[in-house]
Ligand binder design. Sequence first.
Ligand code: PPS
Ligand code: MG
Ligand code: MG
Ligand code: MG
Length: 363
Amino acid sequence: MASLLCRRVQESLIFESNVNVQSKEDNSPVTVADWSVQATVSWVLSQAFGSENVFIVAEEDVETLSRCDSVGLLDAVAKTVNDSLAEAPSFGIRPPAAPLNTSEVLEAISRCNSPGGPTGRFWVLDPVDGTLGFVRGDQYAIALALIEDGEPVLGVLGCPNYPMKKEWLSYQNGYQRIVSRLASPSSTSWNRGCVIYAKKASGVAWMQPLLEKEKKFVWPNSAREIKVSTIDNPALATLCEPVEKANSSHSFTAGLAHSVGLRNEPLRVYSMVKYAAIARGDAEIFMKFARAGYKEKIWDHAAGVVIIQEAGGVVTDAGGHPLCFSRGMYLEGLDRGIIASSGATLHEKIIRAVDASWNSSSL
Ligand SMILES: Nc1ncnc2c1ncn2[C@@H]1O[C@H](COP(=O)(O)OS(=O)(=O)O)[C@@H](OP(=O)(O)O)[C@H]1O
Ligand SMILES: [Mg+2]
Ligand SMILES: [Mg+2]
Ligand SMILES: [Mg+2]
């Protein structure tokens, strides 16, 4: 539901330019889609489990939305949420008895105020991860994870623009070109978009295409198992990393890649689609080395970690330690950066290379 919601908002943003993009305090973008997905997921989880049993750590808050100059924005969010909830029966979910009013929408968003922590069960939601990619008509993801006693036990990534063929991930002109290709007669078999999910310790990760059949959504349908790549020779491996230099040092990873013997061009993709790409075998290594002082948030990683691990891959910090989801909204204690790989051989090579080049880096 969230994937289809985002797809509609992105289409109206790109083709009708009628979606308001706001800037948060850190200058990062936020849109109707971010708040609408957060409200919808929060509402559906509360209905399913009872609001007293649901604790959610999520990215967005209601400050900007509740400002008196945001009335139009809040109305747009409420409409987007209600349009999405109206589709709930197609997914086997009971819709609300009446459309949610704006205060119910605000309440659903602000209910996502769990501090997280080491005990009990909470959900972690990034309603739109890669909002920059989203507003640029490119890749983004909806990321939901369930954490139990500090460990991610379930991960779901909605990837509405993730093409079923790897080659499409590195397309140059973004969404416009994808859509024109979609409209061509030869493209009917080309599914755009999927939902990828895994349960901890199940040993499998799944990919479900996002399908619309005669306007009726088919769910569940043909989920298939995904596995990481079997490539363990660095010369054949592909590195996946953030698009924005501001989010991860491209020069540091380029030096590392060279020292390990990687030869392919890096695959730069917005959002946790990078985790999906490793889990699906479209790339072998993912690295993110943020600038010193930036603290990674748990919602940017939790869902992707379970999915990669169950697909057969490895995710650690640069010290080789598991990421820590039990100390609140940040990945506290993270050693330098995040490394995910399709297997232990590549992983160890990368970790050794980080150690060798770290002191001479300017990070
Ligand atoms: N300075 C800085 N350094 C590192 N990371 C940052 C920084 N600022 C923001 N963020 C977070 O990065 C999320 C997007 O990360 P990506 O890996 O998708 O980056 S990129 O868009 O491909 O460049 C992005 O997630 P969303 O806000 O959900 O889009 C942010 O949580
Ligand atoms: Mg994010
Ligand atoms: Mg986000
Ligand atoms: Mg954001």
